[in-house]
Design a protein around this ligand. Structure first.
Ligand code: MN3
Length: 202
């Protein structure tokens, strides 16, 4: 079974004014679609065909550029769409809120650390919130389409929140103002989904 581009769980214009419809449409139908198609091409006929994306990335030969870039791109965007919602924003509650307070001191301190990870990533990449078995949280960032599931990226654990800081994710609306885009992301974070991923992977 080849990997398929997932449908967005909301309309392209649903995240406006925080993320504009044109950016969402191009990002989904061009960028994510491209990673998906190229991933399928890269694994076709190899022993990776038929494996789950988590299995492929977790055991990745990092010298395999085609699978690293396109497998990462496929997985990262699947998570990205899921952790945003037109009903998002605000702050988490319950066990996730308690884990954030325990690790970072407060939600505001977490937000500052995550925003710094996103803001200081040079060039293209992602900022992540990950959970380790036992419930410990970690904020980190990776270049390009790398992610914490891959070996030796300097990030580890299961990603439960990911922010795309490639220029294609924000340039039409924010031009070079990445910090404004990162701030806007916090207005659309689907904390219910992040809490669900936290509970399933802690
Ligand atoms: Mn992207």
């Amino acid at each position: 079974m080849a990997f398929e581009l997932p449908k967005l769980p909301y309309a392209y214009d649903a995240l406006e004014p925080h993320i504009d419809a044109r950016t969402m449409e191009i990002h989904h139908t061009k960028h994510h679609n491209g990673y998906t198609t190229k991933l399928n091409g890269a694994i076709a006929g190899s022993d990776l065909e038929g494996k789950s994306i988590e299995d492929i990335l977790g055991n990745l030969d990092m010298s395999n550029g085609a699978v690293r870039n396109n497998g990462g791109g496929f997985y990262n965007h699947c998570l990205f769409w899921e952790v945003m919602s037109p009903d998002g924003g605000g702050t988490p509650s319950g066990d996730l809120a308690a884990a954030i307070d325990a690790e970072f001191g407060s939600f505001d301190a977490f937000k500052e650390q995550f925003s710094a990870a996103a803001g200081t990533r040079f060039g293209s990449g992602w900022a992540w919130l990950c959970v380790h078995k036992g419930g410990k949280l970690e904020v980190c960032s990776t270049p390009n389409q790398d992610n914490p599931l891959m070996p030796d990226t300097g990030c580890s654990g299961q990603p439960i929140l990911g922010l795309d800081v490639w220029e294609h994710a924000y340039y039409l609306n924010y031009q070079n103002r990445r910090p404004d885009y990162v701030a806007a992301f916090f207005d659309v974070i689907n904390w219910d989904k992040v809490a669900e991923l936290f509970a399933a992977n802690k």
